[in-house]
Write a protein that binds this ligand. Structure first.
Ligand code: ADP
Length: 450
């Protein structure tokens, strides 16, 4: 097992990883920018190293500085969390070259799955169902028109290097195609420095359902069921559930089995998520994330497993702590992503927290690095915490979530808590009746929330 893990991240996920390390008796090193001197992960770590000024590219993305921090502190492994360097194959290679373990998959698997076209090819090869579309990148408009006519409009133009929903454009008819292609290419070029795009059938009313997988890198892989992340704004997840309100055990076992077999064939190591759109009872692969997800706690809630602990075990060569037969699902869990944002305009709301009270009680978990008096810096993403609630049934979970939201107080800044108080009382949400467009329509129709 590792002696000392450096956590190359910040905020709630740095704290999440730190907790798993402490429970395993592993010493922790926090790295931080000058904007994060008083962050909770820095306070709770055994050691901390300042790695640069506030902008992420100079600190949390600064590979030489992070490497230097490993060498100064003698860390023998790095946990990248999510975002930042978590899906950076070069970072994984560099650590490897320095005999420091990257707690994640191989650099090769990160590379393959990080290129959306290559990932889709791999998914097809492994027997995972995909969205109908172009076989590879589309290089000329004539080819785009041919593929679109074949799969039928509407179609979606997507960036090969995509992420965060950027570089995606819908074309409803052939007349829209040239503009959609040009805009998607331009957006992809400026966001990712790579303007390759491909085409997919645009699904009108899908749900977003993803399967959590784990491989040991030695040919064993298991699935831990699915999460339904259909409530999204601008392709960003807002609310996540496990299980999905629309899947039964047979459907879950089937897709889970397909995915676990695929990961076994790939020889995958560590935690991964296969994301699907789900419409009319069919799954369509959209991408694989080769890291821990923000929403992993809902899976932990219904399996009783510590996913970061599993990641560390696998990276240390100890294998998974259980087999597929030993995975047991119990109850229902929902996670709300609490952002420091205006609940009507979603404009970021950094600043000092004047009063803080987190909810508690049976089935309530809060993952957050904030505290009373803490100042949220304006340089990073606006997620300040996650509220995860568990119940024996979905109905009980919703009741408990409403109760926990009422107890939650964050003063001094704006947060998205009021949005969740509205959502939990909404009849469509209570019925589990929503697709990936529901939230945006709701926000447009109701004019937002005060
Ligand atoms: P990114 O890597 O940019 O997040 P994804 O491929 O994961 O891109 O897609 C993000 C979101 O865009 C999905 O969750 C879904 O809301 C929407 N989306 C992606 N592909 C399609 C499609 N073929 N039809 C309809 N919506 C899609």
């Amino acid at each position: 097992m590792f002696k000392k893990v450096l956590i190359a991240n910040r905020g709630e996920i740095a704290l999440r990883v730190l907790r798993a390390c402490k429970e395993l008796g592993i010493a922790t090193v926090a790295v931080h920018s000058t904007a994060d001197n008083s962050a909770m992960h820095v306070r709770l770590a055994d050691e901390s190293v300042c790695i640069g000024p506030p902008p992420s590219r100079d600190s949390y993305l600064n590979i030489p500085q992070i490497l230097a921090a490993c060498e100064i502190t003698g860390a023998d492994a790095v946990h990248p969390g999510y975002g930042f360097l978590s899906e950076n194959a070069r970072f994984a290679d560099i650590l490897d070259a320095h005999n420091i373990t990257f707690i994640g998959p191989t650099a090769e698997h990160i590379r393959v799955m990080g290129d959306k076209i290559e990932a889709k090819r791999t998914a097809i090869r492994l027997g995972i169902p995909v969205v109908p579309g172009s076989a590879g990148a589309i290089t000329e408009d004539g080819e785009a028109a041919r593929v679109a006519a074949e799969i039928g409009y509407p179609v979606l133009i997507k960036a090969a290097a995509g992420g965060g929903g950027r570089g995606m454009k819908v074309a409803r008819s052939e007349g829209d195609l040239a503009t959609a292609l040009a805009t998607a290419r331009a957006e992809a070029g400026s966001a990712f420095g790579d303007d390759s795009v491909y085409i997919e059938k645009y699904l009108e009313k899908p749900r977003h359902i993803e399967v959590q997988v784990f491989g040991d890198g030695a040919g064993n892989a298991i699935h831990l069921g699915e999460r339904d992340c259909s409530l999204q704004r601008r392709h960003q997840k807002v609310w996540e559930e496990a299980h999905s309100p629309v899947l039964d055990a047979a459907a879950r076992d089937k897709i889970g089995g397909v995915v676990a077999n695929a990961m076994q064939a790939l020889g995958y190591r560590g935690a991964g998520t296969i994301e699907f759109l789900y419409e009319n009872g069919e799954f369509y692969f959209i991408e694989m994330n080769t890291r821990l997800q923000v929403e992993h706690p809902v899976t932990e809630a219904i399996t009783g497993l510590d996913l970061v602990n599993e990641q560390i075990r696998v990276a240390a060569g100890d294998g998974l702590s259980l087999t597929q037969d030993q995975v047991r699902f119990q109850g229902h869990a929902i996670e709300c992503r609490i952002n420091a944002e205006d609940p009507r305009t979603f404009a970021p709301s950094p600043g000092q927290i004047s009063y803080y009270h987190a909810p508690g009680g049976l089935g309530v978990r809060v993952d957050s690095g904030i505290y009373q008096g803490y100042s949220i810096p304006p340089f990073y993403d606006s997620l300040i915490g996650k509220l995860i609630v568990t119940g024996r049934t979905r109905a009980e979970c919703l009741m408990r979530l409403g109760r926990a939201l009422d107890e939650f107080v964050v003063d001094g800044i704006s947060t998205t808590l009021p949005l969740f108080r509205d959502l939990v009382a909404n009849p469509d949400i209570q019925a589990g009746n929503y697709d990936i467009h529901w939230l945006e329509k709701y926000l447009a129709g109701s004019g937002g929330h005060a």
